[in-house]
Write a protein that binds this ligand. Structure first.
Ligand code: IPE
Ligand code: IPE
Ligand code: MG
Length: 252
């Protein structure tokens, strides 16, 4: 609903909802002859910097892809290292995020995560639940297809139980079952690390996003590169199916 209210803005400046695929940690480390986990560790500082910049710029929603459902296929020691790092970073950063009035939430299939990490996640969500400056969603063990399948299953259950008429299922009703329920569509997606793909991130909410692919590896990402992405976004005309002439006329 929020997305359609903003549809009339032909040229947007700062994205209302920014999503980031933080990629390139492994290559950053390998290029320095370091173990991949060093790249993951150096990937924490840019997260801090991006959260701070977004809060300052007036971005309202920030969604970060930290670990995909497919990342479970990585070597066990890398997965273990990443999970320890998530827990360490979360426990260390939560007070600062709270201080900055940032609301933190996690999305993804958390059942597979370590109980200690899950506890810290829930505690962080509770602690920051009343914050209003920036909504930060972190996708851990998240996959866009799994999210869609879960939504379909929930709707099917309601239909089978007789509490939902299948004819009532429209895009809005469907979106309400997704992890991004009540969060507007992504305006700008940034992917670092030079690959140009979605890698099963937010398949629904990315339907009309502007896409910015950066060659910078995530540990090197900084406010300069963020500003370049936002400038790119500001230069796009968002038409949502209409013609350029229609958009220009609506501005007069
Ligand atoms: C992104 O960096 C972090 C995660 C996927 C967890 P990568 O670890 O994918 O780094 P590259 O792509 O191998 O360089
Ligand atoms: C995408 O990066 C997931 C995250 C950044 C968390 P990957 O490095 O896992 O993506 P693919 O597998 O190369 O597409
Ligand atoms: Mg990668």
């Amino acid at each position: 609903m929020v997305a359609s209210a903003r549809t009339s803005m032909a040229v947007a400046r700062v994205p209302y909802h920014l999503a980031v695929i933080m990629d390139g940690n492994g290559r950053w480390a390998e290029r320095r002859g370091l173990p991949r986990r060093a790249g993951h560790r150096h990937g924490i500082e840019p997260v801090r910097a991006v959260v701070e910049s977004c809060a300052e710029l007036g971005v309202r929603y920030l969604t970060l892809f930290a670990f995909s459902s497919e990342n479970w296929n990585r070597p066990e020691d890398e997965i273990h290292g990443l999970m320890s790092l998530f827990l360490e970073a979360l426990d260390r950063e939560v007070a600062e995020l709270d201080e900055q009035n940032v609301r933190l939430r996690f999305m993804g299939e958390s059942q597979r995560l370590d109980p200690g990490l899950r506890r810290s996640m829930r505690a962080a969500e509770t602690r920051t639940g009343g914050n209003t400056r920036l909504d930060l969603s972190v996708a851990v063990a998240y996959g866009g297809r799994g999210d869609l399948v879960n939504a379909a299953r929930r709707l099917a259950r309601q239909a089978a139980a007789g509490t939902l008429d299948p004819d009532e299922i429209d895009a809005e009703r469907f979106a309400a079952e997704l992890e991004m329920a009540r969060i507007p569509d992504v305006d700008l997606l940034i992917r670092t690390g030079s690959d140009r793909r979605i890698s099963n991130f937010l398949l629904w909410s990315l339907a009309y996003s502007e896409l910015y692919f950066s060659n910078v590896l995530w540990p090197d990402f900084n406010s300069g590169e963020l500003n370049r992405a936002i400038e790119y976004y500001g230069s796009r005309q968002r038409r949502f199916g209409r013609t350029a002439q229609q958009i220009e006329a609506s501005l007069c």
